[in-house]
Design a protein around this ligand. Sequence first.
Ligand SMILES: Cc1ncc(COP(=O)(O)O)c(C=O)c1O
Length: 281
Amino acid sequence: MAIYCSLNGKITAQEKASLGVTDLAVLRGYGIFDYFLFKYGRPLLEEQYLQRFYNSAEKMGLNPPLNQKELSRNIHELIAANGQGNGAIRLVLTGGYTPDGYSPSEPNLIVLQHPYPAYPDAYFTEGVALISHNFQREWPEVKTINYLTGIKLLPEIRRAGALEVMYHNNGILRESVRSNVFLITEKEELVTPDSEILFGITRDSIIKATAGLLPVITRRVNMEEVFRAREVFITGTNKSAMPVVRIDGRPIGDGKVGHWSKTLKEKLEEYREAYYQSAEV
Ligand SMILES: Cc1ncc(COP(=O)(O)O)c(C=O)c1O
């Protein structure tokens, strides 16, 4: 557990840091966030994550109290203050203290440090299950703090022995609640949806790391194709590339973790490691 967090640019003991009760994030769930890893004290793909964060802020009409350069400096200061080489950083930008219970004002900016994510090995060696649900995220390209549907469905997800819920919009695949979805088709292509999704940074890394290994196609994908796929995997900053072997109780492919899910996860890890090794401190 990290000792320090940052609130509006000030490094503060996390135990003492607090936000007032009239923040629009509390009253109306209005805010955005982002989340990325760091290793050897170096944030992974920092520029890409920060750009997405500032784009989300702009699209939601929120003006962060720090500019991108100042925030970057603040993140590095926080990592140094906590003194851990590896971990994860969560940025949260709220609607601010609302004068009337509804209108946004000056946003509050929170930076939290979390442990480096560690899913059980079995999730990668044996794969995970998902359930599907007909749902379209509002402002899909924005990383809002709104996870109402996914959280509401947690009991159903757990009853099914699943890890997450996969969203489709009337039969058109979108994404999973906290990850993007990839298929390996019968033609041995890597396919992933191209619209009405959050454009995951890990999705982008997988596409880059796959170059030259398989044809990569971004397009509209329907749910029948998902069930017919040879392999399915999900990608997310904290999940890397995680194989999916069952959806709604139906096996995907032969119901076992496939060759490409394993190989592309390795390629993703190599891609990330190469970044860490090359990034300037
Ligand atoms: C809705 C949604 N889609 C996709 C992703 C994966 O994005 P990334 O790879 O940038 O973590 C996330 C991550 O939290 C998400 O919330």
